[in-house]
Design a protein around this ligand. Sequence first.
Ligand SMILES: NC(=O)c1ccc[n+]([C@@H]2O[C@H](COP(=O)([O-])OP(=O)(O)OC[C@H]3O[C@@H](n4cnc5c(N)ncnc54)[C@H](OP(=O)(O)O)[C@@H]3O)[C@@H](O)[C@H]2O)c1
Length: 328
Amino acid sequence: MQTRTLGLHGPTVSALGLGAMSMSGAYGPADRGESIATVHAALDAGITLIDTGDFYAMGHNELLLAEALRGRPRDSYVLSVKFGGMGGPGLPPLTQDCRPAAVKNFLAYSLTRLGVDHVDVYRPARLDPAVPIEDTVGAIKDMIDAGYVRYVGLSEVDAATVRRAHAVHPVADLQIEYSLISRAVEAEVLPALRELGIGLTAYGVLARGLISGTFVPGRAGDARARSPRFSGDNLEHNLALVEGLRRIAEAKGRTVAQLVIAWVAAQGADIVPLVGARTRERLAEALPAADLELTAADLAAIEEALPPGSARGDRYPSAFMGALGVGN
Ligand SMILES: NC(=O)c1ccc[n+]([C@@H]2O[C@H](COP(=O)([O-])OP(=O)(O)OC[C@H]3O[C@@H](n4cnc5c(N)ncnc54)[C@H](OP(=O)(O)O)[C@@H]3O)[C@@H](O)[C@H]2O)c1
């Protein structure tokens, strides 16, 4: 597995990271044994970056990772943990609490659930509109000074917020949705990251499965059913777009998922795609994307098949869109 370094200030990690969110039921039921086997297979294949959030099924995801990571040397993996999402029993995290006292409180719980003495990259999942980002990052800096965190990360914020955060403490990376159908990051955020020497961990590189070439609608408990991109006519339109990608992938002897993961990776050596594999089969399909080199002609053909703006529907339900630093 090749490696990439998260900006000038972050850790060196595998060229693909593993996102664990769907192992806790975001896209329908997940099998615990298979999830743990998938984490083991990822580590054995050289993946070192593992992403979670304390609110992924309210601690379930961290407890699962603790079990999967038990016995592995602590310096053999890099844990990225998001915090701040406030939900309730049966309620998704709709609001944020990123006050300094809350940051330290969230971290203490995460360390216990994960069974580790430090988190590598610690990041607010969203900006808390009631708390200046300087205060939130200041609290993470305190935790770095105390040895409980290694790096500051950010998630789904705009370029101005990145600059303010970076002025308090060097930021390792911004985690943000980036795929062939979510390119808003390219206008202002990505240039700002590059100017400041900050890496980007891209999530939703498969647009949550929509452009993976294998999306199966109608799973019970699948949160994507509430997403405009996965609803009604939008879904039909968006899935039809994928057929152009399938032709390109097949001509190269690749799968659609490999092609679109590799497209994100090709946007810069400062970008690390996260893949949301929760089974060994999906992981095995994703891994070769790390070594898939796309030519300029490949990239042009891919973008012609799925030009910016061609997908229909927002990337989040309307109640969640306001919390994002950039649009679609
Ligand atoms: N910072 C943020 O705000 C934020 C938000 C969302 C996610 N994330 C992070 O990013 C990670 C990835 O996000 P995601 O899961 O939403 O998006 P994703 O990686 O774009 O999509 C995962 C979906 O694609 C499907 N898929 C098809 N082929 C695949 C393959 N070869 N490898 C992996 N998945 C394949 C999966 O299928 P199956 O359903 O069959 O498994 C799953 O439904 C999350 O686990 C989380 O750590 C961060």
